[in-house]
Ligand binder design. Structure first.
Ligand SMILES: Cc1cc2nc3c(=O)[nH]c(=O)nc-3n(C[C@H](O)[C@H](O)[C@H](O)COP(=O)(O)O)c2cc1C
Length: 366
């Protein structure tokens, strides 16, 4: 109510990227004002519900709805994402060195399609700056995933060393990690999803995860790979096989798409990754296919076009253990989180499931 009636009309009159920075900086500042975090929890927090809890990757998630990567690229507002009701949050994509990203403008709204197009290009302050921020975050309420990538100037032959450097800087601070090889806005990044390049990348990542686990003590933290929705079935098959063989803990399906099918808004001509409603069905299809190919043995986080509880539930039934949102947060605001959680509880009850866990991949068994 508060968001749709007051904040959204104000933000939607502004340049999209300015609005974005204002939100992140605002949340960052608000998290330091006494009383505001508790107020936010009261207004937006999602009440605990046993049936929504998920235990995965050695971590506890109070409910399965998280924040997707890209909104909080520098881990400035992790506390506030917990306060407004997220079950977990992904920060980044972070690269070893800070970089400014692509030229402005690079973020576009397509309201009539309930979508966004972005070509940000991994603008971020770098791994050391993120590590310093996360080090101050001593009262963590939700699991935080760190999404890592490569600098634009690093050639693909050396990309694996960028991912290694991110893990070296950030292993201590993330609860789990995401290897992003699916953004369409870093030239050739998506080539890392295939063949020998993917094998080398994932073996380096797993090697470094083992080194860091030994150094830090305790069991190795989980690492997932985030894939694009634009692969052919054959490419997806090979990619999933390689991911399976690498020993990583899961897959995030999917990143934004380069497809422009079915769009009405004039901004459809902009280059970049398309997110939101038009991505919903394709990302669910990819989740379904990955679950089928892995026999449900490799956990999936579903991302792409979730606006309603039914959208989230479709992804869970197709095979996702957790889901993430980004674009719907911009269009609907934090009110959406309670709505999604309540709707998921209703859907579980309707289908006779006692937990999210029972519903994961249910479509494959009916
Ligand atoms: C402006 C913007 C920036 C994004 N930046 C990243 C990023 O840095 N890394 C990443 O893995 N995904 C990034 N994404 C993709 C989202 O994490 C998510 O996978 C995608 O938007 C699909 O979900 P949605 O339809 O709920 O937005 C970005 C998306 C948007 C809209």
């Amino acid at each position: 109510m508060l968001y749709s009636k007051l904040a959204k009309p104000y933000f939607f009159r502004m340049d999209p990227e300015k609005a974005h920075h204002m939100v992140i900086d605002g949340l960052h500042t608000a998290s330091r004002v006494p009383g505001i975090p508790a107020l936010m929890r009261g207004m937006y927090g999602v009440p605990e519900a046993k049936e929504l809890e998920v235990d995965l990757f050695g971590l506890h998630f109070a409910h399965p709805i998280g924040l997707a990567a890209g909104l909080d690229k520098n881990a400035k507002a992790v506390d506030m994402f917990a306060n407004i009701g997220f079950g977990f949050a992904e920060v980044g994509t972070v690269t070893p060195k800070g970089q400014i990203g692509n030229d402005l403008p690079r973020l576009f709204r397509l309201p009539s399609d309930e979508a966004l197009i972005n070509r940000m290009g991994f603008n971020n302050e770098g791994a050391a700056a993120m590590a310093a921020r996360l080090a101050q975050d001593t009262n963590r309420r939700i699991p935080i995933a760190v999404n890592i990538g490569k600098n634009k100037t690093t050639p693909n032959e050396l990309a694996h060393e960028d991912y290694r450097a991110c893990l070296q800087a950030l292993y201590t601070y993330g609860d789990f990690f995401v290897v992003n090889i699916s953004s369409p806005n870093t030239p050739d990044l998506r080539a890392l999803q295939h063949g020998d390049e993917l094998r080398l990348l994932l073996s380096t990542v797993m090697e470094e995860m083992a080194v860091q686990a030994k150094k830090n003590g305790g069991t190795r933290k989980a690492v997932l790979v985030k894939i694009a929705p634009d692969m052919t079935d054959e490419q997806l098959g090979y990619t999933v096989d390689t991911i399976k063989a690498s020993g990583v803990n899961g897959i995030i399906a999917t990143n934004t798409t380069i497809s422009r099918d079915g769009l009405q808004h004039l901004n459809a001509k902009e280059t970049g990754g398309l997110s939101g409603k038009p991505l919903k069905d394709r990302s669910t299809e990819v989740i379904r296919e990955v679950y089928r190919q892995t026999g449900g043995k490799l956990p999936i986080i579903g991302s792409g076009g979730i606006f309603t509880a039914a959208d989230a539930y479709d992804k869970i039934r197709a095979g996702a253990s957790l889901v993430e949102i980004y674009t719907a947060l911009i269009y609907r605001g934090p009110e959406l989180l309670r709505e999604l959680a309540d709707g998921l509880k209703d859907a579980l009850r309707r289908d006779g499931f006692k937990s999210i866990h029972e519903a994961v991949g249910a479509d494959h068994r009916s």
